[in-house]
Design a protein around this ligand. Sequence first.
Ligand SMILES: Nc1ncnc2c1ncn2[C@@H]1O[C@H](COP(=O)(O)OP(=O)(O)OP(=O)(O)O)[C@@H](O)[C@H]1O
Ligand SMILES: [Mg+2]
Length: 262
Amino acid sequence: MIELDNITYKYKEDGAVVLDHISMAIEQGEWLSIIGHNGSGKSTLVKIIMGIISDYSGIIKVNGIELNSSNSYDIRKKFSIVFQNPDNQFVGATVEDDVVFGLENHGVPRQEMIERTEAALKAVNMIDYRTHAPARLSGGQKQRVAIAGALVMNPDVLILDEATSMLDPEGRAEVLEILREIHKTGRTTIIYITHDLTEIEDSDRAAILKDGKVISSGTIEDIYSDTKALTGSNLVLPFQMEISDSLLGGTYVTYDELVERL
Ligand SMILES: Nc1ncnc2c1ncn2[C@@H]1O[C@H](COP(=O)(O)OP(=O)(O)OP(=O)(O)O)[C@@H](O)[C@H]1O
Ligand SMILES: [Mg+2]
């Protein structure tokens, strides 16, 4: 669905290369995670995919069509994004006002707005909070409302740029659970940005970015067994990997396998 071909980017002509010949492809309905340490280029890549940055070199195709300055706005209308800070993405006084906001700008008929808002709030399990003030929700609830605001637009692509990094473990688990549900429908392509290796377990494929380069990519098993890339990427290894790495010699095992082998 989305193909990136040799994307290279510098913020300043004489500055450092922030993205260095990035090529990757994302299938329709796939959940792709992009992992990398601070400054590895994840948000820059997101800005390029979203069209916020356009002076990159390389080619982006969406459904086989190469993006250019005249078609890129229309093609990207079906891309929605959720950012890191749950407090920076609310515009409405209540949860439902907030979710409906994007639809109001698109001239959607009133009855349809009501139905889509309800469906989006149900999808993230927040329908009971429809009249609550967003400011009074927990971090995980806020991010679920932000996801509802993205889903209400029926996006083809949902991008989350470290959407769980400011949440506690419970809030993270809530957001990941919602993403699993969205993924099951097969309708929405998910691009999930994180620096936390434990959060990629549910995705179909992942890529590790380091200093603007893809240093490893493949299925989650491929990534978890690429010890060289993992240890060289400045990422914190999940607990079971640390243990298996030091006691069992670097093979990734699940918790159950780890208990068994120990
Ligand atoms: N507006 C900007 N102008 C100049 N340099 C920038 C700008 N934004 C980011 N950079 C630089 O580009 C590099 C990649 O930054 P980016 O924000 O894409 O990384 P990231 O992987 O998202 O990091 P984080 O995990 O901290 O969010 C960094 O070296 C950063 O300092
Ligand atoms: Mg970032």
